[in-house]
Write a protein that binds this ligand. Structure first.
Ligand code: ASC
Length: 154
């Protein structure tokens, strides 16, 4: 391979890597828009995670292809909600507790934990082994609950 082509390929690969590491930056005209966005992203994530969790706990018949598809969407969605917790988005139509903004490091660590567990669920779901999916879905559920207990009202 000649040199210019290989450097172009390396640059393209680096950009592709960046694209998967960072979600496209979301922009909000007003705080309500950020609140709606994060709730919408959580809702979509939960809808797809619930489908896999339902299979994991036996409430929905196991369908490996559907599990993999839903885990993939939930994993993609897991990157998105946290852009909606910027400064000034603590008041309004939200169950978010003020501790999110006073303990942002802890909140971010909880978000990262959920994202890591969701990524593992995505791998397990692609593998198609129900026992592995059950274990991974349980860990995702715990990570959701942990943060909700600390940072969501009710
Ligand atoms: C879900 C969902 C949550 C979590 C939580 C886990 O499917 O919508 O908020 O799992 O219930 O304890």
């Amino acid at each position: 391979m000649n040199r210019p082509l290989s450097s172009i390929l390396i640059a393209v690969a680096a950009l592709a890597g960046l694209g998967t590491a960072l979600p496209a930056a979301a922009q909000f005209a007003k705080p309500e828009d950020a609140i709606k966005y994060r709730k919408g992203a959580m809702t979509v994530m939960a809808a797809h995670f619930s489908r896999v969790a339902g299979m994991a706990n036996g409430k929905i018949p196991f369908d490996a292809k559907a599990a993999a598809q839903n885990a993939e969407v939930a994993n993609f969605m897991a990157a998105l909600p946290f852009a909606g917790f910027g400064p000034g988005t603590d008041k309004g139509d939200t169950k978010a507790k003020p501790e999110i903004w006073t303990e942002m490091d802890k909140f971010n660590a909880g978000a990262k934990k959920m994202q890591d567990e969701m990524a593992k669920l995505n791998v397990a779901a692609k593998g198609g082994n129900l026992d592995a999916i059950k274990a991974a879905a349980g860990d995702v559920g715990k990570s959701c609950k942990g943060c909700h207990d600390d940072f969501r009202k009710e």
